[in-house]
Design a protein around this ligand. Sequence first.
Ligand code: NDP
Length: 400
Amino acid sequence: MKHLLIIGAGGVSRVATVKSAMTMAKGEAFSKITLASRTKSKCDEIAAFIKERVGVDIATAEVNADDIAAVADLIKEIKADLLLNLALPYQDLTLMDACLKAGIPYIDTANYEHPDTAHFEYKEQWARHDKFKDAGLMALLGSGFDPGVTNVFCAYAKQNLFDEITEIDILDCNAGDHGYPFATNFNPEINLREVSAKGRYYENGKWIETEPLSEHFSWDYPKVGERESYLMYHEELESLVKNIPSLKRIRFFMTFGESYLRHMKCLENVGMLRIDEVEHNGVKIVPIQFLKTLLPDPATLGARTKGRTNIGCVISGSKDGKPRKVYIYNVCQHEDCYAETGAQAVSYTTGVPAMIGAKLVAKGIWAGNGVFNMEEFEAKPFMDELNANGLPWEMIEMPC
Ligand code: NDP
């Protein structure tokens, strides 16, 4: 039984912390949970919610995740056994280094991003592989939904359904309606940097770049319906290309409503998505950070959001010499997520897998020395945990 330290107290953290507390209440995996973030009052609010709903006590603390020494000191002081990073991708490297310094495993849900450059890649996290290996420690990268569950769906297909996988399309649909003309359903700065970036997909050994949101098609999402889906780059493409070498093509698509796209285009056209500093009345500001201050806090969307998400993978290849195509997906209802955890489905679909990743590491079911992506482990235990923790998956055979 392990002491879990969770860093960050936003929407994703709320779900992961509630679910970890439920796991602890069942006498599984965790003996203690500490929730630490920059603003301690947000941790205390989540702790009070857990006390009322789950009936267990968790500890809280204030910490700056950009400060390696401060995080390592906190880990040692409270004697944490593993760290779940649910702050921002900017903190991935400092938190990995703090784990190395204090000698505990590390888990996150998003690849490292530098605040000044919109590069989405695992390079700097993978570069720490030998340090984790030499220290006899494990780092598990991308234990959210996408990346995360999507990688596990692909691993499950590779391990159980196919002899060879040649094509994967990851399809992410949020058909929830929060009633605002424009809001993002997770951290606005991270979301808008990702969505406004150039598209990229992998085909026949090459990466092909596309203009932002320029390629799209309509897909009929089970239990949701037809939605226009836009090609984007997403970080799991990088690790899946590395770990499924038979792949000939892999792409990622996400749905957007007409109002979201119109607002995003306007904001981009007037420079509000810029990530460099500009001077305004003698003060230096970063436009996208100022925009984040103006937009609704994603953590407050839960009560207003109605409808479903459907995220999954269409996987093609061959089995026993015959072509095969399967669609593995999860459907999640915003209102149910809010009733259970006080957060909407985008936080829920990320926070539940974050808890599951931490649980499998805590129990030693997923184990190794070094830095790993999700598809490098046996998928079945994770797939079983999804069914048991509110994210059941379905699979359909598709015509080839
Ligand atoms: P939020 O912005 O709601 O929460 C981030 C939290 O991190 C806040 O509590 C914030 O503190 C805290 N934080 C930020 N900087 C620091 C710091 N220097 N030190 C300590 N705490 C800090 O984000 P979300 O909950 O929406 O997202 C959390 C993570 O999940 C992100 O990395 C995001 O990219 C990832 N994600 C992954 C998905 C997936 O499927 N894989 C999908 C969606 C999100 P404060 O409250 O003071 O601002």
